[in-house]
Design a protein around this ligand. Structure first.
Ligand SMILES: [Mg+2]
Length: 381
């Protein structure tokens, strides 16, 4: 049984008067490539890869970095941070992170129990854990577990191509680079079949449909994927909160069902398991409320015997925070890494630049510092 969030929480008696003095959202946008130009109508269409960093400063001279979701919603999340979260959090003492975050969640709940306010709070929470680690002289993984792993498995999360040839070519390319686990973002049998044939039977293959299947057809589609020996199918049903339909699909196909990247509260995740019957939950550290919330969600899932497969298609502190969680309290999980190459990365330090396995940073906090030159060059807000 995992410890709950407040048991895991670092507390710093000597710094009781620490105060948050600045919360700055920084939007970084970079060109990227992902192995060809996707063709189909539902293919990935982001013109740039956007990362919303959250820089938090304290009166003790410490600076922490977080990441808030994300992609096309970055500008909206920026506004939520500037107009709602920063006014509520500035001047507050972050020594007890769960207590502060619980208070902020209560104060801001009327603006939504999901969406940009939650995303912004997630970025703040990650930055506070970065600071907590710096004070303790421990990485976040070591704050969470004394026997945290230093190497963890990762998987290549391919973007959606809607094109069988591109799906197959990039899946094979990822295997060639050392990945033994591949995830596709496709919805058609032809793409999944081509990718499975390209990588052979031994590579672990999962499929993320991003809620594209009509609820009346989801079970039929899920069954059509059974020949490809998928470890799980992710988000097979629209809308994501249709827990009854998820249960039908979970019970009606041999393939395990995963879901959770579009869920935020602890009770959402309880329902995914208790009603939806999902066998993998996929909380996203930049969406659910940061590391503090992840601790509670992971403990709940483990208490129910369900595996965690964190959602982390990120390139900044969100990816690094997920790595620390996989290394410590979600040891069954492989780290999701987007199979895309950015022209420049806002954070470096090894995470995301190798394949198959990654080294978890061991320096205090996130253990990785931002590349200030990249941020200066690629910052748009
Ligand atoms: Mg997904």
């Amino acid at each position: 049984m995992e410890k709950n969030a407040s048991q895991n929480a670092p507390r710093f008696a000597s710094l009781r008067r620490m105060k948050i003095t600045r919360i700055e959202p920084i939007l970084v946008t970079t060109p990227y490539t992902y192995g060809g130009i996707a063709k189909g109508e539902t293919a990935t269409r982001w013109p740039t890869m956007d990362t919303l960093l959250v820089k938090v400063e304290t009166d003790q001279g410490l600076t922490g970095w977080g990441e808030a979701f994300g992609f096309s919603s970055c500008a909206t999340t920026c506004t939520a941070i500037d107009s709602l979260i920063a006014p509520a959090a500035l001047g507050r003492d972050p020594s007890d992170i769960p207590a502060l975050m619980a208070d902020l969640h209560r104060k801001l709940h009327t603006y939504g129990r999901s969406g940009p306010v939650y995303y912004g709070l997630s970025g703040l929470d990650i930055a506070l854990w970065d600071i907590a680690g710096q004070i303790a002289g421990k990485s976040i993984a070591r704050l969470l577990s004394d026997d945290a792993a230093t190497m963890i498995p990762s998987y290549a999360s391919l973007l959606r191509y809607d094109d069988a040839e591109l799906a197959a070519r990039n899946a094979a390319d990822a295997v060639g680079r050392g990945y033994t686990r591949i995830k596709l973002h496709e919805i058609g049998v032809a793409e999944v079949k081509a990718a499975r044939e390209a990588i052979g039977p031994k590579i672990e293959l999962t499929l993320d449909t991003n809620c594209r299947w009509d609820p009346t057809q989801a079970l039929t589609h899920a069954r059509s994927m059974e020949p490809f020996n998928l470890t799980f199918i992710e988000e097979p049903v629209w809308p994501p909160e249709d827990y009854d339909r998820l249960r039908e699909v979970s019970r009606g196909t041999r393939t395990a069902i995963a879901a959770g990247e579009n869920h935020t509260t602890l009770s959402d995740f309880e329902r995914l398991i208790d009603v939806g019957g999902v066998r993998y939950i996929q909380p996203s550290v930049t969406k659910v409320g940061g590391i503090t919330a992840m601790i509670e969600i992971i403990a709940m899932a483990h208490a129910r015997g369900v595996a965690v497969a964190p959602h982390s298609p990120y390139f900044g502190p969100g990816l690094i925070a997920a790595a620390h969680l996989c290394a410590s309290i979600a040891r069954e999980a492989a780290l999701e890494q987007f199979y895309a190459t950015l022209e420049a990365r806002p954070f470096d330090g090894g995470v995301g630049v190798t394949s198959g396995t990654i080294q978890v940073p061991v320096d205090p906090g996130l253990g990785v510092k931002p590349d200030e030159a990249v941020i200066a060059r690629c910052r748009v807000a």
